[in-house]
Design a binder for this molecule. Structure first.
Ligand code: HEM
Length: 312
């Protein structure tokens, strides 16, 4: 063999070096969910935030350097760090120095989808942990109040298409948001006092305002999917289509010709079809695999951390 082959992610990377890697991660996530039902949503969001800054390299997990990535404004409300660390501890006993924290996060996100009754998909592994974690890099994160143009371009900058933007936003089929993230949408849309986002269904606006009153508790949490907030399904896309999006970035998907056409591809027309739901589930899984490839470090790059919250 001559030449240099770029190391790549692959399914079953740990099948020989740490055969129990995937089952250890899933059992930690499953157990944690029994006592804290928010865990699946937290794990899924954590993977997104890890991948969008510095690539999927566990940089979001670092907490003991000056100004780490995770302290940035855009990462508010993240969780699941304890569960990642717990999985890491067990993995270090089973196969020391082998499984990266970045892979734990990617596996936990898949387990989160499955635990919420979403699709199972094979996770590519072989990521290595990054050596940089900086608060200053978080501006690459999309923000709930950004325009569709900005959202699209932030996804494109990571190699993701408009279709990926729609599919991955559908992760909001589970989980909750703090009122904090929808206050401007409800009370000062577009920077104008007393204006709310016209994309919100009138009755739903009334309901959202009563759940998140002006000058009320901004930490109060409400479901992102008003109907089936703990089940991973395609209902969120129907909500977005019909004016029931909770956060602004979801609503924007219905304002734009291109993303609206993509929405319609999954939930167009009336009624609910099993075939469409499984088409969506399959495509969501493919988009997750693609997101999991953003800026990964493989081969001799990065390191395998001993503890996920600190560089070795
Ligand atoms: C289009 C860009 C996106 C924006 C602007 C966005 C924004 C947000 C915001 C503001 C919240 C509420 C956070 C909180 O209050 O704790 C949230 C929650 C969530 N996001 Fe996103 N998000 C985006 C894309 C994604 C993607 C790609 C995923 C995963 C594939 C994802 C998964 C989640 C999950 C599961 C939650 C619920 C978290 C919980 O219950 O604590 N989001 N998102």
């Amino acid at each position: 063999m001559f030449g240099f082959t770029k190391a790549q992610l692959r399914v079953g990377f740990y099948s020989k070096s740490c055969p129990r890697a995937e089952s250890i991660v899933s059992s930690v996530i499953r157990e944690a969910t029994q006592t804290e039902p928010r865990i699946p949503a937290l794990m899924l969001r954590l993977h997104f935030h890890d991948c969008f800054v510095e690539g999927c390299d566990g940089s979001i997990l670092i907490d003991n350097v000056a100004d780490p990535e995770r302290e940035a404004f855009g990462h508010q409300g993240l969780g699941g760090f304890v569960e990642v660390e717990k999985a890491k501890q067990q993995l270090e006993v089973a196969c020391p120095g082998v499984v990266s924290c970045a892979d734990i996060v990617a596996l936990a996100a898949r387990d989160a989808v499955v635990l919420s009754k979403g699709p199972f998909y094979a996770v590519q592994t072989g990521r290595r942990d990054g050596l940089v974690s900086s608060k200053a890099l978080a501006s690459e994160m999309p923000d709930a109040d950004e325009s569709i143009q900005v959202l699209k371009s932030k996804f494109r900058a990571k190699g993701l298409t408009d279709k990926d933007l729609v599919l991955l936003s559908a992760a909001h089929t589970i989980g909750t948001t703090a009122c904090f993230f929808i206050t401007s949408r409800l009370y000062s849309f577009g920077g104008r006092a007393d204006q709310s986002d016209p994309a919100i269904n009138r009755n739903f606006l009334f309901q959202l305002k009563s759940q998140c009153p002006n000058n009320g508790d901004v930490n109060h949490r409400i479901p992102l999917d008003r109907t089936t907030g703990q089940i991973f399904d395609d209902q969120i896309l129907r909500n977005i289509r019909d004016g029931f999006a909770v956060i602004g970035s979801d609503a924007r998907l219905n304002d734009d010709i291109a993303t609206k056409a993509i929405l319609n591809m999954y939930v167009g027309g009336r009624g609910i079809s099993k075939a469409k739901a499984s088409f969506f589930a399959k495509e969501f899984a493919a988009a997750m695999v693609k997101m999991g490839q953003i800026g990964v470090k493989t081969g001799f790059n990065g390191e395998i951390r001993r503890k996920c919250n600190s560089f070795n």
